[in-house]
Design a protein around this ligand. Structure first.
Ligand code: ITT
Length: 220
């Protein structure tokens, strides 16, 4: 890509809540952002992988090839310690399809019934992948966010498991914290910020040398 061309990237997700949370990224580099809503005929890429990384690559590469455009996609979900990492890549389909956040949260509470407070640790994970129009992966980032699973829902913001996911330092769930704070501390916000140097390089027509980065939150 010549340095004078402006880079246009399609967000490869059907989840509008994710699109909203990723909107901040749009202001960080001189890039024209698009969503899949602008391409209604494009089929949904199946998430048949067994890891977040695998599914994120499938989505980024799949939509890039289908559209012949640059695509940024992510796969994310919740890993609960007491459930051996479940629901993991099945987070959106935990209680069956189509995705129903209320049913997923109810099932999570049911599975954790009787589990003591000190064993209710969990981690949100987001694996993000940027692919070129031919499907070549040019950047991958990982963001995580640790918390604990409450015994009842609290808050109305966010989506998915947010009302059950409490951040220790804030004594609040992600659904109570609001979008700006969630963006600062969430798995998705961290993965997005780790991607910024790559976006700046690609937008300037330079290929970054190392295509992987991660921002983990394993402490506290
Ligand atoms: P796309 O595949 O089209 O991006 P999706 O909603 O199917 O949309 P995923 O397969 O990555 O996305 O599943 C994400 C699920 O993980 C989501 O449905 C929630 O249950 C959970 N999840 C991910 N990020 C979350 C967040 O920030 N807050 C709460 N739950 C989240």
């Amino acid at each position: 890509m010549a340095a004078t061309d402006s880079l246009a990237i399609v967000l490869g997700t059907r989840n509008r809540k994710k699109v909203r949370e990723l909107a901040d990224l749009a202001g960080l580099a001189d890039i024209a952002w698009h969503t899949l809503d602008e391409f209604p005929a494009v089929p949904t890429v199946e998430e048949s992988g067994t890891t977040f990384a695998d599914n994120a690559r499938r989505k980024a590469q799949g939509y890039a090839r289908l559209l012949g455009r640059w695509v940024l996609a992510e796969d994310s979900g919740l890993e609960v310690d007491a459930l051996g990492g479940q629901p993991g890549v099945r987070s959106s389909r935990f209680a069956g399809e189509p995705t129903d956040d209320a049913k997923n949260n109810a099932l999570l509470l049911e599975r954790l019934r009787g589990v003591p407070d000190e064993e209710r640790g969990a981690k949100f994970v987001c694996h993000m992948v940027l692919a070129k129009p031919d499907g070549t992966v040019v950047a991958e980032t990982l963001g995580t966010c640790r918390g604990t699973i409450l015994r009842e829902l609290r808050g109305t913001g966010g989506f998915g498991y947010d009302p059950l996911f409490q951040i220790a330092e804030y004594h609040r769930t992600l659904a109570e914290l609001g979008p700006a704070v969630k963006s600062c501390i969430s798995h998705r916000g961290r993965a997005a910020r780790a991607l910024v140097p790559y976006l700046l390089d690609w937008a300037a027509g330079r290929s970054p040398r190392d295509r992987r980065a991660k921002m983990d939150d394993e402490v506290g």
